[in-house]
Design a protein around this ligand. Structure first.
Ligand SMILES: [Fe+2]
Length: 501
């Protein structure tokens, strides 16, 4: 048993090595959105400032938008940042995300000719409940095995699509997600990723800001210095699988919804915020990460700059290149030389069923309990050994009390702006809008359609008003229809524009 476990680990590592060898060096780049800020304006501004990124990692938009980007930037390396692929969740291959979502991702990868497909190891939908921004997975062994199984499925789909079109298959990368005030589980995060990489030949993305949030919201900051925490974390993390490193802004979040960049207090309540400036501490951490001896397959380091003003991006990219160009180049080149000395194993592990039906059912139930715990304060069942992954209940309460209500009421569409007539009817009936938050999490729904938080919000708000204020049911339906029609019209010629969370 032990021997077969090691044999499997070796097989996965060999397959990964072979796949990683096919990925060219990308160097210093940017992770961008097509529209926010306007991509061509950004590229021109960088060029005018004498800056040339080695690559642009493009966030999911529409396939036609990706074809357009490829035509505009014919010589640029354009890896892909996926979205909406819920690889941490049971039932992924049969879900809308695993079918329609994966097909769309494959089409966009082909359009861009991407060398990799990166996706957060996180989800916005679980157990029939939807969120506006990402939640990390349950950090447990069972959850790691599920994620590995789903990643093998995803890589299989990407391979199949590439084969049909005579293209090189993109390598699937899994990005360690940030903590937005809390994390849940019983397994240390590096052990979770080790468990995944022992079972599947995926690559990883290490996001430096996300790492900072883990330090902050597991409570490690109370026990050790940031440098000591990172050294310990990296030693346990599968660094040899890291293909890309991200660096992005961090900022405090306020109930008004504006992310504010504050001068570092001892432990600021920073969360991941791509539009905010990159704090200097993250560049210092990057320097620490780049000298790790097991960082042997690195292909690129990108600043994630979607939603950031172009002028700030230009300044930050220059600062980044000045400090890290030679360091990143030498780490990437050493990785290429290292990989050439290894023997390639021409064997594909394929998609395997790793979880029994009972285990999948148990994990489904754990995710249901996880949602209830974070959204409605129901305690986690003791038998599953789930709890906060360090950190404090106060921090989780910040998520429950400020962040989550803001997400339901304001994120992806302000309810007052969307439903002005209905909101005034609710106000007249003395029905606080905050009741919509508990209604949102009152029961699970099946995901029959592709995830779209704006449309979900419309659907749920109609249900909520019909339930809590039947006298406004006609008004809310009328406003919902107007919103859907306007949304369809806005999306028709150019299709939907997504904003990265
Ligand atoms: Fe990232």
């Amino acid at each position: 048993m032990v021997a077969s476990k090691y044999a499997k680990r070796d097989l996965m590592q060999s397959e990964f090595t072979q796949r990683a060898n096919a990925v060219p060096a990308h160097g210093l780049g940017l992770s961008v959105d097509v529209y926010s800020p306007d991509l061509l304006h950004l590229v021109r501004s960088l060029r005018d400032a004498g800056l040339q990124p080695g690559y642009l990692e493009v966030f999911k938009a529409t396939t036609s938008a990706m074809q357009w980007v490829r035509r505009q930037l014919p010589d640029m390396k354009l890896p892909y940042h996926g979205e909406g692929l819920w690889v941490t969740q049971p039932d992924f291959p049969r879900s809308c995300s695993g079918t329609q979502g994966v097909a769309e991702a494959c089409a966009q990868i082909l359009a861009l000719r991407s060398a990799w497909l990166n996706h957060e190891c996180a989800t916005k939908q679980m157990a029939g409940y939807s969120f506006g921004t990402y939640l990390p997975p349950l950090y447990t062994e069972l959850s790691a095995r599920m994620t590995a199984e789903n990643l093998a499925f995803l890589q299989g789909q990407v391979d199949e699509q590439a084969r049909r079109h005579g293209a090189d298959p993109a390598l699937v990368l899994l990005e360690m997600p940030p903590f937005t005030y809390f994390g849940c589980g019983s397994l240390a995060i590096p052990a979770f990723f080790r468990s995944v990489t022992d079972r599947v030949a995926c690559g990883l993305v290490l996001d430096i800001g996300h790492l900072w949030t883990v330090y902050r919201y597991t409570g490690a900051w109370r026990r050790q210095t940031l440098g000591a925490f990172v050294a310990e974390f990296l030693d346990a993390f599968p660094m040899e699988r890291v293909i890309e490193i991200h660096v992005a802004g961090l900022a405090e979040f306020t109930a008004q919804g504006t992310a504010q960049h504050t001068v570092a207090a001892e432990a600021p309540y920073w969360i991941d915020a791509h539009g905010a400036p990159i704090p200097e501490v993250l560049f210092d951490l990057l320097a620490q990460v780049l000298v790790h001896p097991r960082l042997t397959c690195l292909k690129g380091v990108a600043l994630e700059v979607d939603t950031k003003p172009v002028a700030t991006i230009v300044i930050e990219f220059r600062r980044f290149c000045d400090r890290f160009e030679s360091m990143v180049t030498s780490v990437v080149q050493a990785g290429v030389a290292h990989s050439l000395t290894r023997s390639a194993v021409d064997e594909r592990s394929g998609t395997r069923q790793l979880l029994t039906m009972d285990e999948q059912a148990a994990l489904r139930e754990q995710y249901r309990a996880y949602v209830q715990f974070v959204a409605t304060e129901q305690p986690l069942p003791m038998s599953e050994h789930l709890s906060l992954l360090g950190g404090s209940l106060d921090d989780l309460n910040r998520y429950r009390g400020i962040y989550l209500p803001h997400e339901v009421l304001h994120w992806g569409g302000e309810l007052h702006d969307m439903f002005p007539r209905t909101c005034s009817r609710l106000a007249t009936a003395h029905l606080p809008l905050e009741r919509f938050v508990s209604f949102w999490f009152s029961r699970p729904r099946t995901d029959e359609q592709d995830y779209d938080f704006f449309l979900l919000k419309i659907e749920r708000f109609v249900e909520f008003v019909a339930h809590d204020c039947p006298s406004a049911a006609v008004t809310v339906k009328e406003e919902a229809e107007e919103l859907r029609a306007a949304y369809r019209a806005a999306n028709e010629p150019t299709e939907s524009v997504e904003v990265r969370a």
